[in-house]
Design a protein around this ligand. Sequence first.
Ligand code: ZN
Length: 876
Amino acid sequence: MVRVPLRIFAGMCLTIALAGVPTSAAQPPDGVTTLLRRLQQAAAAGDRSAVLALGDPQISLPSFAEFANTLTAPPPTRVVVTERDRAPLDGGTLRLVVEIFTERGIEGRLGTWRIDARPGDAAVDPWRIAAVTRLSVVTGLYRLALDTATEYDIHELVVRAPDLTIEMPAGRAFMASTTDGPTAMVLLGRGRMKFSPPDPAERTQIHILSGRDDLVEEIDMAFLRLSPYQFASVVDSNALKPRAVDPSDVRSAVSVFNDLAPRSLQIDLSDISRDRWSLTPSFGDVIAELRTKKFGTLTYARSGSEPEDINVFDRKRRRNISIYTSAAKLAQRGRFYSEDDHLDYDVLAYDIDVQLNPERILIDGDARMKLKILSDGTSSLTLKLAESVAVRGVYSPDFGRLLHLRVVGQNSLIVNLPEVLSAGTELWLDVRYSGPVTPQAFDREAIQVGQSQNQQEQRIEIPLAPRYLYSNRSYWYPQSTVTDYATATIRITVPSEYDAIATGQPVESPTLPAGGGDAQRRRKTFVFEASRPVRYLAMIVSRFNRLDNMRITAGSSDVSLYLQATPRASVRGRETSDRLTAILKFYASLVGDAPYPSFTLALAESDRPGGHSPPYFAVLDYVVPGSTFVWRNDPVSFENFPAFFLAHEVAHQWWGQAVGWKNYHEQWLSEAFAQYFAALYAEKDRDGSPVPNLLRQMRRTAIDASPNGPVYLGYRLGHIQGDDRIFRAIVYNKGAMVLHMLRRLVGDEAFFSGIRAFYLQWKYKKAGTDDFRKAMETATGRDLQRFFDTWIFGSTIPRVKFSYRLSETEATVRFEVPDEAVEVPITVTVTYDSGATENVVVQLADKHTERTIPLKGRVRTIAANADNAALVEIDH
Ligand SMILES: [Zn+2]
């Protein structure tokens, strides 16, 4: 059974194309095509004995009889037999991969079969089927059509799905059915939708969109998809009364149906059938397209196979408005999940050869992957690979050439296995592919940039060294559907004027193949070896020079450092090299380890700042003089410490790469940790004195952005508004401040030993907030649940009332928290008349906290949180 990926995401629909494997259509008819044509005719006629007559006398009868039955009973209305692949076996026998599509009325069934075809003994003898094995089958395909002969009047119709109510007091309805009952419905009329997620963070997102916590909108159309088995329980039949068909209603309904039905659960059978074939929703799944006045058509989807099974999105703007786990699923699964849950396979190792033609952005690849099957009964594998490349073949040493499918509009590659594999099985796959792949921007750490007004008109085009980045968003090699730790060997061949940097340690100097000359461009090959597991593979190709190469001792490990730069960026070489060494040594001293045995820093040139930090290397943009782009007030641009950005990128080798994150909610374990480590480095670089304004800027931007939601919302912070500064303010800056507060709460020793334990436990694995909490609880012996609830899962910025009383010898400071008690350390700064200051950290844990401070002289003033180290608002 082909497991079809029913992932529904903004703007995507499921459309599978059964193209990609070359067919024999172009070849002249031969014995095999004649055999398959006869098979098609016999099956289409429903003639079982004619199918059986095509078999070799020695064929194993049970399997062949089952094959004949499947094709002919009940008699089909149409059959299409398509050869997808053939390979020679001994004695002139050919092993074919054949797709057989059988239509019975509106129902379709697509079977993939392995057929061994044997030539006849004499020249005139026809070819015969010697063996047949079913590889996979897709059932439940329907050619859905709106029933325009039956129209209904709507009377007080109410449709309920988890957290969604659709009401339509009056209107007209049409349906489309499978043989099991109705599965689609078009509702025309004035009505109302109400979407009420229970989760506070989701309600905040709805508020950002609509100004209210519930999404209550007038609608004038709804399109529903449901399982036919569930239709009766969801749609009250008393609310629908058949009526005379009105041709203008039919026109409106057909137009809605034709527009919306293809957007989900659709299969494109390309050369097999020109009709539109639809999958049926699973029991419990619902898709509702709702046309609102204010927001256009919004899509609600409940898909039980997704970890966050409720999703409201705007296809047109490609925005996820709300996505979360339903109450029913939460009760069953618990609060936390990993994107690795329920995976079918794990990639253990890669061995990849790619040739890149940079000017034409053409990649020619041969990727060998070692996989381990994780679930029993796995019969197909879904991989990711850029849709723009053509897959020339998928091979396995154990199974030979494998059938593969591509999903239209998605970077997916589905590989069918010839047999069902059980958990623990290891196999190699070899995927050969070629085609254009668009390089990605350095958008991972993109800084919001704006052009300065006065220079805008006289902007000069600055010639920049071209650079091509292929990383975690370009699907330039076949990979798992999620990031997946694996080791790798990568060989990259580029024209000789280019250089390549990739994930892994450079293992040889580039080789220049002999020959060449004008006609054949000279090329060189770079080899990289990632001996430790990496989450994904990346490469960048540009005109780099190697500026420096050294070995340093970082913590308990030796690390080879490479510094490369494009010609214009080379001016930054020396200072960067010294910085890089200092940063790496410092981080290794904090964590006690360096995760990868080598690190390459590539300085590229650009007219705007940016960076990217895949495993084993980082690229940083050197902004060339004359750039007209300026940093707009970005939350993560710290002007008092320009090396902050480099320090952040380098920290990702530990946080984000070596220690990964379980799903998008947990991204702060990468970004906030990198941000906090950069802040620690900045402080160390200044001999322990804080960087002016750093905490102030972190605190201010975090507080300002806080109404958008908790750290735990990940990429969705600012997503609805399309403003990723909000994401950086919360996930980077608030997250870093949470780590700072935690450190001040538990003390340096416990904090850093907790960090080291967390790193060691989760190195080369994906971690979650709860895993970090447990590591810190073990290191500190304290219950930290409330701390994480407040700061990571909650978005409230506590208001704290501060007052103090003075006596001759002591000051009594008092904090009051009007709302819920929070755990937060706050610095009290006593300033004496002499100008001397004294800092005392007060730990708040209750609603009232009082602390007595012995005085050393006459007091001028006492202030709370003057160092900005607490993420609270102080009221006096
Ligand atoms: Zn980052």
